[in-house]
Design a protein around this ligand. Structure first.
Ligand code: PLP
Length: 396
């Protein structure tokens, strides 16, 4: 089908929550994708920080094909080998002892919120329910996770919000301390705010939150939906900052493109979720867990976090050089291969010019260009992308 035909059918049959889309991507390989007309693009969006191992990585493809031949899906009424194997690997590689699998980032955060409330009621007191999150955060699109999301634009028209959430500015420890009450049970924060504009924590911020949580007996939840799986230069974002949470949520890159979410925590906290207290039909099914295990092992075996660190530093250096040349770039910030270039103007036109020239970027909010390519990119890919970016800047 042509893009025009796919668009016509989409407009007719799909509820319009995503607006108009510029192209239809039909094929991917490594750092490149192809549209329905066969045009090739360098992909610096990666399914929004999701295809960390690159498109259609042979190990992930092989794992999916082999598993599909054996068994796609079986209920959690039965033991599932790839699920147990994936959990074991995640535990070996992280602070966590136990995992709960679901299908998305929002669901992983829902699980974390339920766990925080249940654990706090079990161990501290019946009035513990309030969760403090950050302004400009993003935690998902279910009713409770839009409530957790500290951005009014996501709440509008969907009120009433779920009770029990409070927001404070990111990077403000004093505001967080002042917001804690006898009802507070947890603090939930992204190590780097992604959808909110690539907002990077100050050196003392995350460790400061850790100390406050320890002092006040609160659980610390890191929403690592966008930062886990090597993106910040370590396998998990918390490792990049040297601060361990009590609960961590993952999704996006966990499945290498397959839809899977995970909430991971310490054994003594996990005990508060008991049989019947939480569940998911598809959560941790054989197909997605096989894909995730292959993707995770690829990230570790190919040392992709280290690559993200090295190539990310090169990318930021080159972008800062462009900032010196083009005052329309206000700030360049990020870590590893989660980088934002904030502009003084709207970013839509720039993204569209780059796409015409064969490089895919994405704009968050109105004016922050998000750069989150597959972690397999090298310096040549950065040069290729930034040559196009520079030309588009010059034509603004
Ligand atoms: N949390 C963070 C930090 C995210 O970036 C996102 C998605 O962008 C989510 C949660 C929601 O994930 P999902 O769209 O898989 O529900």
């Amino acid at each position: 089908m042509t893009t025009a035909e796919i668009k016509e059918m989409t407009d007719k049959y799909i509820i319009n929550t995503y607006g108009e889309r510029p192209i239809s991507i039909v094929r991917g390989e490594g750092v490149y994708v192809w549209d329905a007309e066969g045009k090739r693009y360098l992909d610096f969006v990666a399914g929004i920080a999701t295809v960390n191992v690159g498109h259609c990585h042979p190990r992930v493809v092989e794992a999916i094909v082999n598993q599909a031949r054996e068994l796609f899906h079986v209920s959690n009424l039965y033991y599932i080998e790839p699920q147990a194997q994936l959990a074991k690997r995640l535990v070996e590689l992280s602070f966590a002892d136990k995992c709960f699998f679901c299908n998305s980032g929002a669901e992983a955060n829902e699980a974390a919120i339920k766990l925080a409330r249940k654990y706090s009621k079990d161990h501290i007191g019946p009035d513990k329910f309030e969760i403090i999150t950050m302004l400009k955060s993003f935690h998902g699109r279910t009713m409770t996770t839009i409530t957790a999301t500290g951005q009014e634009k996501y709440h509008k028209g969907f009120e009433p919000m779920s009770p029990g959430f409070k927001y404070v500015p990111f990077n403000d420890l004093r505001a967080l301390e002042d917001a804690i009450t006898d009802n507070t049970c947890a603090v939930m924060v992204e190590p780097i705010q992604a959808e909110g504009g690539i907002n990077v924590p100050s050196d003392e911020y995350l460790s400061g939150i850790r100390n406050l949580c320890d002092e006040k007996n609160l659980l610390l939840i890191f929403d690592e939906v966008q930062t886990a799986m090597g993106r910040l230069g370590k396998l998990f974002g918390y490792q990049a900052y040297g601060v361990e949470p009590d609960v961590m949520t993952m999704a996006k890159a966990l499945g290498g493109g397959a839809p899977i979410g995970c909430m991971a925590t310490k054994a003594h906290i996990a005990e508060s979720l008991t049989p019947g207290s939480h569940a998911s039909t598809f959560g941790g099914n054989p197909l997605v867990c096989s894909a995730a295990l292959a993707s995770l092992n690829t990230i570790v075996d190919e040392n992709l976090p280290e690559n993200a660190q090295r190539v990310g530093a090169y990318l930021v250096e080159k972008l800062r050089a462009l900032k010196d040349k083009f005052p329309v770039i206000k700030e360049v910030r990020g870590r590893g291969l989660l980088v934002g270039a904030e502009l003084n103007v709207e970013g839509k036109g720039l993204v569209s010019e780059c796409m015409k020239a064969g490089v895919i970027f994405n704009c968050i909010g109105t004016n922050v260009i998000r750069i989150a390519p597959p972690l397999i990119i090298n310096e040549k890919h950065v040069d290729e992308a930034l040559t196009v970016f520079e030309k588009a800047l010059a034509n603004l």
